[in-house]
Design a protein around this ligand. Structure first.
Ligand code: PLP
Length: 388
């Protein structure tokens, strides 16, 4: 009998080791892992470069507290600002801490300019921003908030893709709009570039901050460092997590100088956030994904993947409804509940994970090889062919 709480519906497999795109189960099977810890292991399992960076730092110093200067964190923050819209970075340990800190930054900003009542956060109904008590009410999902009342106030919601509903939900108390450029848990739903641009315009007009939650879609997942980049929109605050640690827990909030100015000493903190061990691994992840040609290669491989998936959709129109996503954040939407299909993929040694709207999420490591994609395609095709 397991002593672990039963809040997860775990599959009955466990693993003894991982190498790149593959996981080896305790009962001796080899799986192609296109879950990768849900977009976390951006460079695959047991990446030698990351192991080396972690071991090197482990022998020096793990943790010291933010009461002191942490050079590894200084370096990671500097590199993140040099490559992005941001001027300042605040480190956390997880995605939900990052989204909560993003909300805190937005509120604190308006507080600091003498508008403390401009404090409401506007989010997409049934989005996903994490599982802390505030983040679940930000998501506004009935399932996630059930039994966790009283309701945390300060959040309003609009319907995805419904511009009327967005405009109606904005008031003079709205401090920020927080959206995922690509909804991950929500079913790999992409906000089109023109929508992001329009959203930025509305925010400018109404003096509202734009928070883009890149916890899942960021850190190279789409073939650009951030998913919003190709829209040319400039956000004010961007929470990140998942991919930045390559498997080590790291979260962060990236922000402009303007909003960061309100985060004075003592306004926020984290015991573990930004510790030397985490920061060294984060730097090692950036070393790899900022390598010349890395994103070009990712784009090439993903383009091939989509081309082949589109062919599969044409061959099996009664099974596959839509191929969604960008880069290596991929969703195969089925016409029916996807659970059985995911199980069949697993029986054929391909690991995938569900998302909302009957979507099978496919999240290879960012350095996935073409032959591994071919193997996945072969398995998906086989399951389509045999599906009853
Ligand atoms: C996963 C995720 C989170 C929460 O991250 P945790 O590390 O699980 O707290 C927040 N926002 C988005 C978009 C996510 O995908």
């Amino acid at each position: 009998m397991s002593a672990l709480a039963k809040n997860y519906n775990r599959r009955k497999i466990s693993f003894k080791k991982g190498r790149g795109s593959f996981l080896y189960s305790t009962n001796g099977k080899k799986y192609l892992d296109f879950v990768q810890g849900i977009a976390v292991n951006s460079l695959g399992h047991s990446n030698p470069y990351l192991i080396k960076a972690m071991n090197k730092q482990a022998k020096k110093v793990w943790h010291v507290s933010n009461a002191f200067i942490i050079p590894e964190g200084e370096r990671l923050a500097k590199r993140l600002t040099q490559k992005t819209f941001a001027d300042y970075v605040l480190f956390q340990n997880s995605g939900t801490e990052a989204t909560e800190a993003a909300i805190k930054v937005a509120r604190r900003y308006f507080y600091s300019i003498g508008k403390p009542n401009k404090n409401r956060i506007l989010c997409v109904k049934n989005s996903f921003h994490g599982r802390t008590i505030a983040a679940i009410f930000a998501s506004g999902s009935k399932k996630m908030t059930e039994g966790f009342g009283p309701k945390v106030g300060g959040f309003d919601h609009f319907k995805f893709g419904d511009h009327q509903s967005l405009k109606k939900a904005i008031s003079n108390k709205t401090a920020a709009v927080m959206v995922e450029p690509i909804m991950g848990e929500g079913g790999i739903k992409v906000i089109p570039d023109w929508c992001l641009k329009e959203l930025r315009k509305i925010c400018n007009k109404k003096k509202i901050l734009l928070i883009l939650d890149e916890v899942q879609c960021g850190i190279g997942r789409t073939g650009n460092f951030f998913a919003f980049e190709k829209s040319k929109v400039k956000p004010d605050i961007v929470p990140i997590a998942k991919g930045i640690g390559g498997g080590f827990p790291i979260g962060a909030v990236l922000m402009t100088k303007n909003v960061a100015s309100s985060m004075i000493p003592g306004s926020h903190g984290s015991t573990f956030g930004g510790n030397p061990l985490a920061m060294s691994v984060g730097n090692a992840v950036l070393d790899q994904i900022f390598k010349k040609g890395f994103f070009n290669n990712l784009k090439k491989v993903s383009k091939y993947f989509y081309k082949e998936l589109d062919k599969l959709k044409k061959d099996y129109p009664n099974i596959i409804k839509e191929i969604r996503g960008e880069g290596l954040l991929i969703g195969i939407q089925l016409h029916f509940d996807q659970s059985k299909f995911i199980k069949s993929l697993e029986k054929n040694y391909l690991l995938t994970i569900r998302a909302a709207e009957n979507v099978i999420r496919i999240l290879p490591p960012l350095n996935v090889k073409k032959n591994e994609i071919n193997l996945a395609l072969k398995i998906i095709k086989k399951v389509c062919r045999e599906y009853k």
